[in-house]
Design a protein around this ligand. Structure first.
Ligand code: NIG
Ligand code: FE
Length: 423
């Protein structure tokens, strides 16, 4: 590669945070604080991939800057790998701001759902929406996410709850992936709620999921993961095990909404099933933490959800890290429990409420988040060969990002070697 001409060069970054060395398996426990920080750092890009990373002087010796090379001076700035959001409900119609008063008055999330509102309200709106409306909304949200540094995101179905409507949602995800820069990883969440038609026969809906919906979604190649909302009054541990087992047999990777509101043994189930991630975990048991720590299942924490649900208790992140679990963070962007799609906002909340240290937070939204969606070989760190996804923040240090929570400090976003935000 000596002297190879590059397309793009970012140089003289005050802090270049590579998060390198964690692509083979997620960083766990103490390793989460290792973020591969390089002062006066540079990244060279060719054909959409990273060619060289290191101190500016060293990189300059190894590459050739030609007339066609775009050179970005990142003096005084922080450069991070493009952020990865491993848990979103990106596609939905409408919004539920009217739930704010209900939550302030103390009406519980599961109570709103049991009254036929909450998720089911969004199901009504999403079923009624045309594809173009869902695509337009999705493009708007993805633009907001990209502007705040997200370059890869997971996107779930789960507001259709019929085969046709779930397929519609997943086709919208596929279309969105083609129409804008953020890479999307599709997840089938047909088991998000029991639809009104099956209110008196929830077992019948599980049969439908297992016998018809999952095979059809897999045949159409529309999903990479299967997820289930395993929760009291939604899907039981037994029903969840059955759905996940079928999904796994059909070749899907697994995720789980686990122990979000009630402690049901969701973390234990996720590990038992070999799930790629167990998400939420606010009420994870001691045993669940121990099993997560001994597994490769990534614990995906969603503190913006706890914040928006006004819950007093947050996921025990410190205990998970101290016991050696691999922790990632996500927005859980959805119209109900987390209308937040800003990962920097999630990062600020994670420091203050989960008591995660800034370096651990960086790992949690980059390489560990990439592991949580099976993309760690491609994104999540700045290493030669990986996609050239990077974010330049107008911040003097990586800690400053979390410290100045609430202000968008993104200056430039580069996706696959192309400048897609700022300049
Ligand atoms: O992850 N908990 C279940 N699903 C979402 C919320 C979806 C909604 O309220 O519309 C969550 O919090
Ligand atoms: Fe969720």
């Amino acid at each position: 590669m000596t002297g190879e001409k590059v397309d793009l060069l970012v140089r003289n970054a005050a802090e270049l945070v590579t998060v390198a060395g964690g692509s083979a398996r997620p960083r766990r426990g103490r390793e989460m604080a290792e973020i591969g920080l390089i002062e006066d750092g540079a990244v060279a890009v060719k054909d959409g991939r990273i060619l060289a990373v290191g101190r500016t002087a060293g990189v300059m010796e190894r590459v050739k800057v030609g007339e066609s090379t775009t050179v970005i001076d990142a003096s005084g700035k922080v450069v991070l790998p493009g952020l990865v959001d491993p848990h979103t409900h990106l596609v939905f119609a409408g919004s539920r701001e009217y739930e704010l008063e209900m939550k302030i008055e103390g009406v519980g999330y599961l109570e709103i759902l049991a009254r036929g509102g909450g998720i089911l309200d969004t199901v009504r709106a999403t079923r009624a929406a045309g594809r173009e409306d869902l695509i337009a909304a999705g493009l708007k949200y993805l633009g907001e996410m990209l502007a705040q540094g997200t370059t890869t995101a997971e996107a779930k179905s789960g507001y259709g709850l019929t085969l046709a409507d779930e397929v519609k949602m997943l086709e919208v995800v596929r279309e969105l992936a083609q129409r804008q820069p953020v890479d999307l990883v599709p997840t089938f969440l047909g088991a998000h709620a029991v639809p009104p038609e099956y209110r008196d026969d929830p077992g019948g809906y599980v049969d439908l999921l297992v016998e018809e919906m999952l095979p059809a979604v897999v045949r159409a190649g529309l999903a990479e993961f299967c997820d289930v909302f395993c929760e009291e009054g939604v899907f039981s541990v037994e029903q969840t095990r059955r759905i996940l087992a079928r999904a796994r047999d059909l070749g899907l990777k697994l995720k789980l909404h686990a122990d979000e509101i009630v402690s049901l043994g969701g973390a234990e189930l996720a590990v038992e099933m070999g799930a790629t991630s167990a998400d939420h975990l606010v009420h994870v048991s001691e045993e669940g933490i121990r099993r997560l720590a001994r597994s490769n299942t990534v614990a995906v924490l969603l503190p913006a959800t706890t914040f928006c649900l006004m819950g007093g208790q947050y996921a025990p992140a410190r205990e998970m890290i101290e016991q050696g679990a691999a922790v990632a963070l996500a927005s859980d962007f959805n119209p109900g429990s987390s209308p937040v799609n800003s990962l920097p906002a999630v990062m600020g909340i994670a420091c203050r409420q989960l008591k995660m240290k800034p370096a651990e937070v960086i790992t949690a939204v980059t390489i560990n988040a990439a592991h949580a969606i099976g993309r760690a070989a491609e994104v999540g760190s700045l290493e030669p060969g990986k996609k050239a996804d990077l974010v330049i923040f107008d911040a003097p240090s990586y800690r400053y990002l979390m410290y100045r929570f609430g202000t968008n400090l993104v200056q430039t976003v580069i996706k696959s070697g192309k400048i897609v935000v700022g300049g």
